[in-house]
Each structure stands twice: as structure tokens, then as C-alpha cells.
Design a protein around this ligand. Sequence first.
Ligand SMILES: [Zn+2]
Ligand SMILES: [Zn+2]
Length: 163
Amino acid sequence: MQPRLSKKAERWEEKLQAYLDSQGLKHSSQRVKIMQYILLLPGHFRVQDIAREIQSVSPGIGAATIYRNIKTLCDAGIVRETLVDQDGQTVYELLDDDHHDHIVCLDCRQIFEFHEEEIENLQNSLTQKMKFSEAQHRHVIYAHCDFLRAGKTGAKAKSARKS
Ligand SMILES: [Zn+2]
Ligand SMILES: [Zn+2]
């Protein structure tokens, strides 16, 4: 099945094109392939995982090329480093306008998103109290999943994200 680019992915494609033009970088076919693959991903990813998949389709693309292109996507403001997992691997995701934080499951390595207004407000007042003005924050909880322990899927935890 050949997946189609969503509206969102089309916007990112434009953004990427503008960034590459502004930097005088070429739209090489390898770069396009890697970027399109990432743009179609549903959520969070580790370079190692996508490298395996990209290389199964296009064996000619080396891991270094993939790393370099993800760096370019970060520089272009399309992808961001979102957290470091329990194995010290960087997890990336497409930048999106809604702020959210993460729970990493220590059992299955899946990543869940949450947005909790109360936590956000507390963080804001703490920052102000300490005389800082926040530029950004990352809040990552590393945890064991009750659903997995009960032999069920993490579907319920996933749906906890308010959008
Ligand atoms: Zn937050
Ligand atoms: Zn996320």
C-alpha cells in the first residue's frame, strides 16, 4: 500500500522545501525518501527503528545519511528531539503546535502523551516564583504500565491524551 501524504505532511513538505532552498541544500532523492518516510510516521520514533525500516526498502541508504537528514529536519523546525528513553536513545517526533508531555513505558518502550493543565499551571507558577521566564520544558515520566501488567494493551493510556 502506498500511503498518501496527509494535509499536515504537505504543509511540512512546503516548510522543508523552503528551508532547503534557504540553506542552498539539494532535494536529493535519498533525502526526499527519508523525509517522506518520517512525515508519514504516526508519532514518536527512534533513529534506529526507522533506519531498519528505511533500509529494508532502500538498502542503499546508510545509517549516517539517515542521522544527518533527521538533523536537517530538526534544524528546519519539522522534527524535534522529544526525550531520551531508558536506553539513552533519543526519541524524535514531528513538531506540533499543541504542547504535550510524555510517559515512557519501561516494559514495552511505547511512548504516551499527556497534557495536564494542573501540572502546566504549577510549573508556570514555580518558574515565576523562581524568577525565570520559561523558554520550554520537557516533562517525562518513566513508568511501568498497569495495563500491560494486567495483560491488556496500552490503548486506554493512549486515549488519556487531551488534544
Ligand atoms: Zn508540559
Ligand atoms: Zn509526543
